[in-house]
Design a protein. Structure first.
Length: 379
């Protein structure tokens, strides 16, 4: 009898464990199949299954569309509210269809669109993330409501949100210093407090009331969850779409400038033409003429510099150095080659040396340089 009771107890425990596992799997099945944030079938904390079920309990006909084709098949009229979650997956072509629905008096709510989508809606529309401390208990302060929905007296309390700023016409609610959490642009309602729809934060503040008034105002709700596969060929991201608009005109200007430069230089360049010289002057005559001019002008410093430069170039060539080598390096190499003190050689090749005071000093200096060149040539 005791063994029978123990066996029954084990069966009950095992059955309870299996039942708990089945319930747990059933409850988490939606989170695995629909893991998106604010998804109407996601029971996880970041999902929005609670709001969708409450709307259905309130008599709102909730239709969930998970593709562009399903959204196109859903009938959208002036008695329908369209809410779009996972807006980061929204394609430009689908955004154009949403604009058409908004223009036909249907209420279109975009849940927390990011910067890229905001720029698609309006180039002047700015976005600003709101931290938890700043987004805590934000009052509506919009007596006329937004898109025909009265929200005055309600507050939104979330951990994070996005505020939208646009200079111009448009209804706005839950204002912040640099924008508002709810704003209408061209008939589209931008709802920056997307966490107010999630299961774990819908009960904070007046989040539930805001969600029900904003999404349950009309008897029918089309909940569109975009997918990356909804994009058509024109929506594909190419290199051209990532480049700024001024790249094209800038490349044309650069190309035209290059063509103009080629044409300009082409007219200036051409084959070299040779002309016979009227007279032929020997190099030695040129050197003597310069020497006579230096002597008549008394410019001994200029003559000494010319002698030093000629000596440096000659010695550098003899020592297989570059002819443009600095005089100190040439003096050091010559002293090492001759085994002479560096100071003695540098005193002859240094341009900073005091120029000769008399013609005799200049002649003596020229003789010393000639002797140094001969010694380097002989060694």
């Amino acid at each position: 009898m005791t063994r029978l009771r123990v066996g029954r107890a084990r069966v009950v425990v095992i059955a309870a464990i299996v039942l708990a596992l089945v319930v747990g799997v059933w409850l988490t099945r939606g989170a695995e199949e629909y893991p998106g944030t604010a998804d109407p079938r996601n029971p996880a904390p970041e999902g929005a299954q609670a709001v969708a079920r409450v709307l259905e309990d309130q008599g709102v006909d909730v239709t969930i569309a998970r593709s562009a084709d399903a959204f196109e098949d859903a009938v959208v009229d002036d008695g329908t509210t369209v809410v779009v979650s996972s807006t980061h997956e929204l394609a430009p072509s689908t955004l154009a269809r949403l604009r058409e629905h908004a223009a036909s008096a249907a209420r279109v709510v975009l849940v927390e669109p990011g910067y890229a989508l905001a720029r698609e809606i309006d180039e002047e529309l700015g976005t600003l993330p709101v931290a938890a401390d700043d987004a805590d208990a934000v009052a509506a302060r919009c007596p006329d409501g937004v898109a025909g929905v009265g929200l005055d007296g309600l507050t939104v309390e979330v951990d994070r949100a996005t505020s939208y700023r646009l200079d111009g016409d448009g209804e706005e609610c839950f204002p912040r210093e640099a924008g508002s959490l709810v704003r209408t642009v061209d008939g589209l309602v931008l709802f920056g407090a997307g966490q107010a729809l999630t299961n774990d934060q819908v009960t904070r503040g007046d989040n539930a009331a805001v969600a029900l008034r904003l999404l349950g105002h009309d008897p029918r709700l089309v909940w569109y969850v975009p997918d990356a596969a909804d994009a058509v060929a024109d929506d594909a991201v190419t290199i051209g779409t990532l480049l700024p608009d001024w790249i094209g005109p800038g490349l044309w200007v650069l190309a035209l400038s290059g063509v103009a430069l080629v044409l300009w230089r082409f007219r200036r360049l051409g084959p070299l033409s040779t002309e016979p010289l009227p007279v032929v002057v020997r190099a030695v005559e040129t050197a003597r003429s310069r020497g006579r001019m230096y002597r008549r002008s008394g410019d001994r410093a200029h003559a000494a510099r010319a002698l030093r430069r000629a000596a440096c170039a000659d010695i550098a060539g003899r020592l297989r150095l570059d002819r443009g080598t600095a005089p100190p390096a040439v003096a050091e190499a010559a002293a090492r080659h001759l085994g002479a003190p560096v100071a003695t050689v540098a005193a002859l090749l240094d341009d900073d040396r005091t120029p000769p005071a008399t013609d005799q000093d200049l002649v003596r200096f020229a003789q010393d340089l000639a002797r140094l060149r001969r010694e380097v040539r002989r060694s």
